[in-house]
Write a protein that binds this ligand. Structure first.
Ligand code: SAM
Length: 328
Protein backbone atom coordinates (compact mmCIF):
# COMPACT_ATOMS: atom_id res chain seq x y z
CA UNK A 1 0.00 0.00 0.00
CA UNK A 2 2.81 2.40 0.91
CA UNK A 3 4.31 2.13 -2.59
CA UNK A 4 1.05 2.82 -4.43
CA UNK A 5 0.30 5.80 -2.19
CA UNK A 6 3.80 7.12 -2.70
CA UNK A 7 3.43 6.84 -6.46
CA UNK A 8 0.52 9.28 -6.38
CA UNK A 9 3.24 11.92 -6.23
CA UNK A 10 4.22 11.02 -9.82
CA UNK A 11 0.68 12.01 -10.86
CA UNK A 12 0.88 15.28 -8.96
CA UNK A 13 4.26 16.10 -10.49
CA UNK A 14 3.25 15.15 -14.00
CA UNK A 15 0.03 17.17 -13.75
CA UNK A 16 2.03 20.18 -12.59
CA UNK A 17 4.59 19.76 -15.37
CA UNK A 18 1.80 19.44 -17.91
CA UNK A 19 0.08 22.60 -16.66
CA UNK A 20 3.44 24.37 -16.91
CA UNK A 21 4.15 23.03 -20.41
CA UNK A 22 0.75 24.23 -21.65
CA UNK A 23 1.13 27.69 -20.03
CA UNK A 24 -1.52 27.40 -17.28
CA UNK A 25 1.21 27.77 -14.67
CA UNK A 26 2.65 30.07 -13.59
CA UNK A 27 -0.32 32.42 -13.62
CA UNK A 28 1.04 35.91 -14.41
CA UNK A 29 -1.59 37.64 -12.28
CA UNK A 30 -1.98 35.21 -9.38
CA UNK A 31 1.45 33.65 -8.97
CA UNK A 32 3.88 36.16 -10.50
CA UNK A 33 2.24 39.49 -9.55
CA UNK A 34 0.35 38.55 -6.41
CA UNK A 35 2.67 35.92 -4.91
CA UNK A 36 5.93 37.25 -6.38
CA UNK A 37 6.92 33.84 -7.79
CA UNK A 38 9.80 34.02 -10.27
CA UNK A 39 11.57 31.49 -12.51
CA UNK A 40 8.70 29.07 -11.79
CA UNK A 41 8.92 27.23 -15.09
CA UNK A 42 12.72 27.16 -14.96
CA UNK A 43 13.04 25.57 -11.51
CA UNK A 44 10.38 22.98 -12.33
CA UNK A 45 12.11 22.07 -15.61
CA UNK A 46 15.39 21.86 -13.72
CA UNK A 47 13.81 19.48 -11.17
CA UNK A 48 12.57 17.26 -14.01
CA UNK A 49 16.00 17.33 -15.68
CA UNK A 50 17.71 16.31 -12.43
CA UNK A 51 15.05 13.64 -11.76
CA UNK A 52 16.07 12.01 -15.05
CA UNK A 53 19.59 11.47 -13.74
CA UNK A 54 18.36 10.15 -10.35
CA UNK A 55 15.57 7.82 -11.53
CA UNK A 56 14.98 7.19 -15.22
CA UNK A 57 11.99 5.05 -14.18
CA UNK A 58 10.15 7.86 -12.34
CA UNK A 59 11.15 10.38 -15.01
CA UNK A 60 9.64 8.17 -17.74
CA UNK A 61 6.37 7.73 -15.84
CA UNK A 62 6.08 11.49 -15.25
CA UNK A 63 7.03 12.37 -18.81
CA UNK A 64 4.51 9.95 -20.32
CA UNK A 65 1.60 11.57 -18.43
CA UNK A 66 2.80 15.09 -19.29
CA UNK A 67 2.40 14.25 -22.97
CA UNK A 68 -1.13 12.89 -22.67
CA UNK A 69 -2.93 15.22 -20.25
CA UNK A 70 -6.36 16.69 -21.01
CA UNK A 71 -7.61 20.29 -20.61
CA UNK A 72 -9.89 19.37 -17.65
CA UNK A 73 -6.86 18.00 -15.81
CA UNK A 74 -4.82 21.11 -16.56
CA UNK A 75 -7.63 23.34 -15.28
CA UNK A 76 -7.83 21.23 -12.12
CA UNK A 77 -4.08 21.42 -11.51
CA UNK A 78 -4.11 25.15 -12.20
CA UNK A 79 -6.95 25.77 -9.72
CA UNK A 80 -5.43 23.60 -7.01
CA UNK A 81 -1.99 25.16 -7.37
CA UNK A 82 -2.91 28.83 -7.57
CA UNK A 83 -5.51 28.65 -4.81
CA UNK A 84 -3.05 27.11 -2.34
CA UNK A 85 -0.33 29.57 -3.40
CA UNK A 86 -2.64 32.55 -2.93
CA UNK A 87 -3.92 31.27 0.45
CA UNK A 88 -0.34 30.79 1.65
CA UNK A 89 0.87 34.12 0.32
CA UNK A 90 -2.06 36.08 1.74
CA UNK A 91 -1.68 34.50 5.17
CA UNK A 92 2.09 35.02 5.28
CA UNK A 93 1.73 38.60 4.08
CA UNK A 94 -0.92 39.28 6.73
CA UNK A 95 1.55 38.16 9.42
CA UNK A 96 4.10 40.77 8.27
CA UNK A 97 7.54 40.23 6.70
CA UNK A 98 9.42 40.09 10.01
CA UNK A 99 7.22 37.55 11.78
CA UNK A 100 8.95 34.24 12.47
CA UNK A 101 6.92 31.48 10.90
CA UNK A 102 7.38 27.81 9.97
CA UNK A 103 5.70 25.95 7.12
CA UNK A 104 5.34 22.17 7.35
CA UNK A 105 4.34 20.44 4.14
CA UNK A 106 3.03 16.98 5.10
CA UNK A 107 3.05 14.53 2.18
CA UNK A 108 5.14 17.05 0.24
CA UNK A 109 6.06 14.70 -2.61
CA UNK A 110 7.94 16.65 -5.31
CA UNK A 111 6.28 19.95 -4.50
CA UNK A 112 8.68 22.88 -4.96
CA UNK A 113 6.76 25.64 -3.15
CA UNK A 114 9.59 26.01 -0.69
CA UNK A 115 11.72 27.70 -3.36
CA UNK A 116 9.66 30.89 -3.88
CA UNK A 117 8.44 30.98 -0.27
CA UNK A 118 11.95 30.85 1.21
CA UNK A 119 13.01 33.57 -1.24
CA UNK A 120 10.07 35.84 -0.51
CA UNK A 121 9.85 35.47 3.28
CA UNK A 122 13.29 35.80 4.88
CA UNK A 123 12.14 34.82 8.38
CA UNK A 124 10.35 31.68 7.22
CA UNK A 125 11.58 28.14 7.81
CA UNK A 126 10.22 25.24 5.79
CA UNK A 127 9.99 21.50 6.50
CA UNK A 128 9.06 18.93 3.86
CA UNK A 129 7.78 15.60 5.21
CA UNK A 130 7.04 12.39 3.30
CA UNK A 131 7.86 8.68 3.32
CA UNK A 132 11.55 7.85 3.55
CA UNK A 133 11.82 6.71 -0.09
CA UNK A 134 10.12 9.90 -1.40
CA UNK A 135 12.36 12.11 0.73
CA UNK A 136 15.39 10.19 -0.44
CA UNK A 137 14.53 10.78 -4.13
CA UNK A 138 13.69 14.45 -3.55
CA UNK A 139 16.95 15.01 -1.64
CA UNK A 140 18.98 13.36 -4.39
CA UNK A 141 17.24 15.35 -7.13
CA UNK A 142 17.79 18.67 -5.35
CA UNK A 143 21.41 17.79 -4.59
CA UNK A 144 22.06 16.63 -8.18
CA UNK A 145 21.11 20.00 -9.62
CA UNK A 146 23.66 22.80 -9.19
CA UNK A 147 20.91 25.36 -9.87
CA UNK A 148 18.49 23.99 -7.23
CA UNK A 149 21.29 23.40 -4.76
CA UNK A 150 22.29 27.06 -5.11
CA UNK A 151 18.74 28.38 -5.03
CA UNK A 152 18.11 26.61 -1.73
CA UNK A 153 21.65 27.02 -0.39
CA UNK A 154 21.79 23.29 0.36
CA UNK A 155 24.41 21.44 2.36
CA UNK A 156 24.91 17.71 2.83
CA UNK A 157 25.90 15.75 5.90
CA UNK A 158 28.44 13.35 4.37
CA UNK A 159 28.00 10.72 7.11
CA UNK A 160 24.21 10.43 6.80
CA UNK A 161 23.71 11.76 3.27
CA UNK A 162 21.08 14.13 4.67
CA UNK A 163 20.44 17.24 2.57
CA UNK A 164 19.37 20.44 4.32
CA UNK A 165 19.70 24.21 4.45
CA UNK A 166 19.64 26.63 7.33
CA UNK A 167 15.93 27.37 6.78
CA UNK A 168 14.90 24.21 4.91
CA UNK A 169 14.71 20.61 6.13
CA UNK A 170 13.56 17.36 4.53
CA UNK A 171 12.17 14.86 7.04
CA UNK A 172 11.19 11.23 6.50
CA UNK A 173 8.25 9.90 8.40
CA UNK A 174 5.30 7.62 7.85
CA UNK A 175 2.53 10.01 8.87
CA UNK A 176 0.37 7.06 9.90
CA UNK A 177 2.87 6.54 12.74
CA UNK A 178 1.92 9.31 15.10
CA UNK A 179 4.62 8.92 17.72
CA UNK A 180 7.44 8.86 15.15
CA UNK A 181 5.96 11.86 13.30
CA UNK A 182 5.51 13.97 16.44
CA UNK A 183 9.06 13.14 17.50
CA UNK A 184 10.40 14.31 14.10
CA UNK A 185 8.38 17.52 14.34
CA UNK A 186 9.51 18.03 17.91
CA UNK A 187 13.16 17.72 16.78
CA UNK A 188 12.88 19.94 13.71
CA UNK A 189 10.35 22.63 14.55
CA UNK A 190 9.46 25.09 17.30
CA UNK A 191 6.33 24.61 19.36
CA UNK A 192 5.82 28.32 19.96
CA UNK A 193 6.42 29.52 16.42
CA UNK A 194 3.43 30.37 14.21
CA UNK A 195 2.96 27.28 12.06
CA UNK A 196 1.38 26.68 8.67
CA UNK A 197 0.56 23.08 7.83
CA UNK A 198 0.02 22.19 4.18
CA UNK A 199 -1.65 18.92 3.25
CA UNK A 200 -2.27 18.81 -0.49
CA UNK A 201 -3.88 15.46 -1.32
CA UNK A 202 -2.45 13.77 1.76
CA UNK A 203 -5.38 13.26 4.15
CA UNK A 204 -7.43 11.48 1.47
CA UNK A 205 -4.87 8.65 1.39
CA UNK A 206 -4.67 8.21 5.17
CA UNK A 207 -6.92 6.03 7.28
CA UNK A 208 -9.54 7.90 9.29
CA UNK A 209 -8.26 7.22 12.77
CA UNK A 210 -4.63 7.97 11.91
CA UNK A 211 -5.44 11.15 10.00
CA UNK A 212 -7.68 12.51 12.76
CA UNK A 213 -5.08 11.71 15.42
CA UNK A 214 -2.43 13.46 13.34
CA UNK A 215 -4.58 16.59 12.96
CA UNK A 216 -5.49 16.58 16.67
CA UNK A 217 -1.89 16.12 17.84
CA UNK A 218 -0.49 18.83 15.57
CA UNK A 219 -3.17 21.37 16.46
CA UNK A 220 -2.66 20.77 20.17
CA UNK A 221 1.17 20.79 19.89
CA UNK A 222 1.68 24.16 18.17
CA UNK A 223 0.70 27.35 19.96
CA UNK A 224 -0.86 28.96 16.90
CA UNK A 225 -1.26 28.10 13.30
CA UNK A 226 -3.22 27.61 10.13
CA UNK A 227 -3.91 24.34 8.34
CA UNK A 228 -4.29 24.61 4.56
CA UNK A 229 -5.70 21.40 3.12
CA UNK A 230 -6.75 20.35 -0.37
CA UNK A 231 -8.54 17.07 -0.99
CA UNK A 232 -11.31 15.37 -2.97
CA UNK A 233 -14.70 14.85 -1.31
CA UNK A 234 -17.02 12.00 -2.32
CA UNK A 235 -20.27 13.99 -2.50
CA UNK A 236 -23.27 13.73 -0.19
CA UNK A 237 -26.32 14.09 -2.45
CA UNK A 238 -28.34 10.84 -2.72
CA UNK A 239 -27.72 10.44 -6.47
CA UNK A 240 -24.13 11.70 -6.45
CA UNK A 241 -21.97 8.79 -7.62
CA UNK A 242 -18.68 10.70 -7.95
CA UNK A 243 -16.97 9.33 -4.84
CA UNK A 244 -18.09 5.73 -5.29
CA UNK A 245 -16.96 5.70 -8.94
CA UNK A 246 -13.64 7.30 -7.99
CA UNK A 247 -13.04 4.73 -5.24
CA UNK A 248 -13.93 1.83 -7.55
CA UNK A 249 -11.66 3.14 -10.34
CA UNK A 250 -8.69 3.66 -8.03
CA UNK A 251 -9.16 0.25 -6.44
CA UNK A 252 -9.43 -1.51 -9.79
CA UNK A 253 -6.72 0.33 -11.70
CA UNK A 254 -4.15 0.79 -8.94
CA UNK A 255 -5.15 -1.08 -5.83
CA UNK A 256 -5.33 2.35 -4.18
CA UNK A 257 -7.72 3.35 -1.40
CA UNK A 258 -9.12 6.71 -0.33
CA UNK A 259 -10.44 5.60 3.06
CA UNK A 260 -12.23 8.82 4.07
CA UNK A 261 -13.61 9.98 0.72
CA UNK A 262 -17.16 8.97 1.63
CA UNK A 263 -16.84 9.87 5.33
CA UNK A 264 -15.90 13.54 4.91
CA UNK A 265 -17.97 13.69 1.74
CA UNK A 266 -19.32 17.26 1.94
CA UNK A 267 -17.79 20.67 2.70
CA UNK A 268 -19.42 20.65 6.15
CA UNK A 269 -18.13 17.20 7.01
CA UNK A 270 -14.67 18.06 5.69
CA UNK A 271 -14.61 21.16 7.93
CA UNK A 272 -15.44 18.92 10.91
CA UNK A 273 -12.02 17.20 10.54
CA UNK A 274 -10.36 20.22 12.14
CA UNK A 275 -10.69 20.87 15.87
CA UNK A 276 -10.92 24.64 15.35
CA UNK A 277 -13.95 26.88 15.28
CA UNK A 278 -13.31 28.64 12.02
CA UNK A 279 -12.56 25.99 9.36
CA UNK A 280 -13.56 27.50 6.04
CA UNK A 281 -14.07 25.09 3.16
CA UNK A 282 -14.60 26.15 -0.45
CA UNK A 283 -15.03 23.88 -3.40
CA UNK A 284 -12.85 24.47 -6.42
CA UNK A 285 -15.78 25.25 -8.71
CA UNK A 286 -16.67 28.16 -6.40
CA UNK A 287 -13.07 29.32 -6.63
CA UNK A 288 -13.12 29.04 -10.42
CA UNK A 289 -16.45 30.85 -10.70
CA UNK A 290 -15.88 33.61 -8.14
CA UNK A 291 -12.17 34.21 -7.69
CA UNK A 292 -10.69 33.91 -11.17
CA UNK A 293 -10.92 37.25 -12.98
CA UNK A 294 -12.41 37.66 -16.45
CA UNK A 295 -8.96 38.46 -17.86
CA UNK A 296 -7.43 35.38 -16.28
CA UNK A 297 -10.31 33.29 -17.56
CA UNK A 298 -9.71 34.64 -21.05
CA UNK A 299 -6.03 33.74 -20.75
CA UNK A 300 -6.93 30.17 -19.72
CA UNK A 301 -9.35 29.81 -22.62
CA UNK A 302 -6.61 30.85 -25.06
CA UNK A 303 -4.36 27.98 -23.94
CA UNK A 304 -6.45 24.96 -24.92
CA UNK A 305 -9.97 24.42 -26.14
CA UNK A 306 -12.09 23.23 -23.20
CA UNK A 307 -15.17 21.45 -24.44
CA UNK A 308 -15.98 19.57 -21.25
CA UNK A 309 -17.19 22.45 -19.05
CA UNK A 310 -19.87 20.27 -17.38
CA UNK A 311 -17.26 17.62 -16.61
CA UNK A 312 -14.99 20.32 -15.17
CA UNK A 313 -17.84 21.56 -12.98
CA UNK A 314 -18.68 18.10 -11.63
CA UNK A 315 -15.03 17.36 -10.90
CA UNK A 316 -14.21 20.68 -9.28
CA UNK A 317 -17.30 20.55 -7.05
CA UNK A 318 -15.70 17.45 -5.58
CA UNK A 319 -12.40 19.04 -4.61
CA UNK A 320 -12.06 21.41 -1.66
CA UNK A 321 -9.64 23.92 -0.23
CA UNK A 322 -9.89 24.27 3.52
CA UNK A 323 -8.22 26.71 5.89
CA UNK A 324 -8.50 26.28 9.64
CA UNK A 325 -6.67 28.42 12.19
CA UNK A 326 -6.01 28.02 15.89
CA UNK A 327 -4.53 30.17 18.65
CA UNK A 328 -4.07 29.07 22.25
N1 SAM B 1 1.51 17.21 -1.79
C1 SAM B 1 2.17 16.86 -3.02
C2 SAM B 1 1.52 17.59 -4.17
O1 SAM B 1 0.35 17.91 -4.09
O2 SAM B 1 2.20 17.79 -5.18
C3 SAM B 1 2.13 15.35 -3.26
C4 SAM B 1 0.75 14.80 -3.33
S1 SAM B 1 0.70 13.06 -3.63
C5 SAM B 1 -0.89 12.91 -4.30
C6 SAM B 1 0.50 12.41 -1.99
C7 SAM B 1 1.79 12.42 -1.20
O3 SAM B 1 1.51 12.08 0.16
C8 SAM B 1 2.82 11.42 -1.71
O4 SAM B 1 4.07 12.04 -1.86
C9 SAM B 1 2.84 10.35 -0.62
O5 SAM B 1 4.08 9.70 -0.49
C10 SAM B 1 2.48 11.18 0.60
N2 SAM B 1 1.92 10.35 1.68
C11 SAM B 1 0.73 9.72 1.69
N3 SAM B 1 0.56 9.03 2.85
C12 SAM B 1 1.69 9.25 3.58
C13 SAM B 1 2.12 8.81 4.85
N4 SAM B 1 1.38 7.99 5.59
N5 SAM B 1 3.32 9.24 5.29
C14 SAM B 1 4.09 10.06 4.54
N6 SAM B 1 3.73 10.51 3.32
C15 SAM B 1 2.54 10.11 2.84
Amino acid sequence: METVVQQTDYDALSCRMSAIAKGYLPSPSLQVDRCNYHQYKEFHMEYLRALKSVSMRIYSIVNRVVKTSFPVMNYGTYLRTVSIDVALNDYLTSLGKDKKVQVINLGCGSDLRMIPLLQNFPTLTYIDVDYDSSISVKSKVLWNSEALKNLLDLQRDESTGEVFAERYKLASSDLNRLEETMQRLHDLTEKDCTTIIITECLLCYMRQEESQKLIGSIVSYYQSGTWIAYDPIGGSEPNDRFGRVMQANLRESRNLEMPTLMIYNSKEKYASRFPTTDASVTDMWEIFSNRISADENKRLRSLQFLDEIEELKVMQKHYVLSTASWQK
